[in-house]
Design a protein around this ligand. Structure first.
Ligand SMILES: Cc1cc2nc3c(=O)[nH]c(=O)nc-3n(C[C@H](O)[C@H](O)[C@H](O)COP(=O)(O)O)c2cc1C
Length: 173
């Protein structure tokens, strides 16, 4: 069976979806077959040799859809090479420890799966979409608004994945 990678993502406002599409495009450029799909549309992992999982951070946790997906497919995911990314504004938070906390949240969301690579990408926060209560939370958490997605960093990470996942171009082994 030729190698086929699934990029499975959760999103609330679309920015993680766009990152997942970019990761998929870069993986395709390495010669691998790739599907990019929102987690809630995925019914089986049977066709895949490797999985990339991505989700946004909200209130200190990765979107719950990720945990649910991992729980449902835990047995299979533990047998496959898995890479994970979280998307959030923690990289723009001046507090020391913000990135560590975000990485910890990512780790918890994919537990018990051990990824071959995990990363935190800066995301996009449109202040127009945030209500008053949320705005207060964001101020308290020192989370700024804006589109901070670093497409070069995203691309560089994606292009390293086939080697980290032990996949040769277009083959299973
Ligand atoms: C209400 C709210 C809470 C957020 N909480 C966090 C957080 O705890 N940590 C973080 O790094 N980013 C946080 N963010 C930033 C989002 O993770 C960021 O906007 C991300 O790009 C959203 O992804 P999505 O567009 O795929 O939903 C928060 C954003 C909002 C609107």
């Amino acid at each position: 069976m030729p190698a086929r990678i699934l990029v499975a993502y959760a999103t609330r406002n679309g920015s993680t979806a766009e990152i997942a599409q970019a990761v998929g495009k870069d993986l395709s450029a390495t010669g691998l077959a790739v599907d990019v799909a929102e987690i809630k549309t995925i019914s089986t992992l049977a066709d895949y040799t490797a999985v990339v999982i991505g989700g946004p951070l909200y209130m200190g946790s990765v979107d719950g859809a990720v945990k649910k997906f991992v729980g449902k497919n835990s047995e299979q995911l533990q047998k496959l090479p898995v890479a994970a990314f979280a998307v959030g504004l923690a990289p723009k938070n001046p507090d020391p420890g913000a990135i560590e906390m975000a990485m910890d949240a990512l780790k918890k969301s994919i537990d018990p799966v051990t990824p071959v690579s995990s990363v935190l990408f800066a995301g996009n926060l449109d202040p127009a979409k945030v209500n008053f209560v949320m705005r207060k939370f964001l101020e308290m958490a020192k989370i700024p608004a804006g589109d901070f997605r670093d497409w070069d960093a995203i691309s560089a990470w994606a292009r390293e994945l086939p080697v980290k996942m032990g996949l040769n171009k277009g083959t299973k082994d």
